[in-house]
Design a protein around this ligand. Structure first.
Ligand code: PGA
Length: 259
């Protein structure tokens, strides 16, 4: 079964509301409507930009999704500073990045936290906020040679306790930490090796049917120059794009490579 690719922009902590609206308008202006027959596209801006960016795409009747970069697992309550899944759902968020390495490294997120977020997201199947679960090894783990086992363990931990009936919409992104924001992209062969291994783990966890339909993305210094070879790999079903998603021109070029 052919998987429809997903190109998702991770804007990280960039763009005020007015800047975000300008970037969304530039993306919309350069977008050919029929691309969406062949590729799903999402942008993941900071929380405060979600609604304004969504409004730009809605106004233009363009089915580019918006996604959050993080979420808390409780539905409401005394959790100062947190954002819940119902809040994301009501403003029409289609995706939520979970367990990005910056959240793991800088904000102390553990595999257990990530698992709680994934379980909370997949529990609601109506109007799903689909998790984009990030996994990936550090340079030390890669050099030491145990990266496949490391990523396998991260995938198992993220999906612990999740039922096969819940994972249809989930996405996994392989983002080697040594390639994020460094300009040092994984080679297509390196990325393919780990993405195939992730699919093998998903097969063990949820069976071949789910593994064949689940999208596995690559992220880490993907840009207009290297996207085409990465996206041509059989187990790479799209990209999670950081730096190159902050300019409409480069983001749109990567979307075009996925057609
Ligand atoms: P990058 O970021 O494309 O700037 O390397 C990717 C990511 O962190 O999602």
């Amino acid at each position: 079964m052919a998987r429809k690719p997903l190109i998702a922009g991770n804007w990280k902590m960039n763009n005020t509301v007015s800047e975000a609206v300008v970037l969304a308008q530039e993306i919309s202006n350069g977008f050919e409507r029929d691309w969406l027959d062949h590729v799903d596209v999402a942008v993941c801006p900071p929380y405060v930009d979600l609604k304004p960016v969504r409004t730009v795409f809605e106004f233009d009747k363009l089915r580019i999704a918006v996604g959050a970069q993080n979420v808390f697992w409780e539905p409401s309550g005394a959790y100062t500073g947190e954002i819940s899944i119902p809040m994301l759902r009501e403003i029409g968020c289609g995706y939520c990045i979970v367990g990005h390495s910056e959240r793991r490294e800088l904000f102390g997120e553990t595999n257990e936290d990530i698992n709680r977020k994934v379980r909370a997201l997949v529990a609601e199947q109506l109007n799903p906020v689909r998790p984009i679960v990030c996994v990936g090894e550090s340079l030390a783990v890669r050099d030491e040679g145990s990266y496949l086992a490391y990523v396998d363990a991260q995938v198992r931990a993220a999906f612990a306790g999740v039922d096969v009936s819940e994972v249809a919409e989930a996405v996994i992104a392989y983002e080697p930490i040594w390639a994020i924001g460094t300009g040092r992209t994984a080679t297509p062969e390196q990325a393919q090796e780990v993405c195939a291994a992730i699919r093998a783990t998903v097969t063990e966890l949820f069976g071949a049917e789910r593994a064949v339909s689940m999208r596995v993305l690559y992220g880490g210094s993907m840009n207009e120059g290297n996207a085409s070879l990465l996206l041509a790999q059989p187990d790479i079903d799209g990209g999670l794009i950081g730096g190159a998603s902050l300019q409409a021109k480069s983001f749109l070029s990567i979307v075009r490579e996925a057609l």
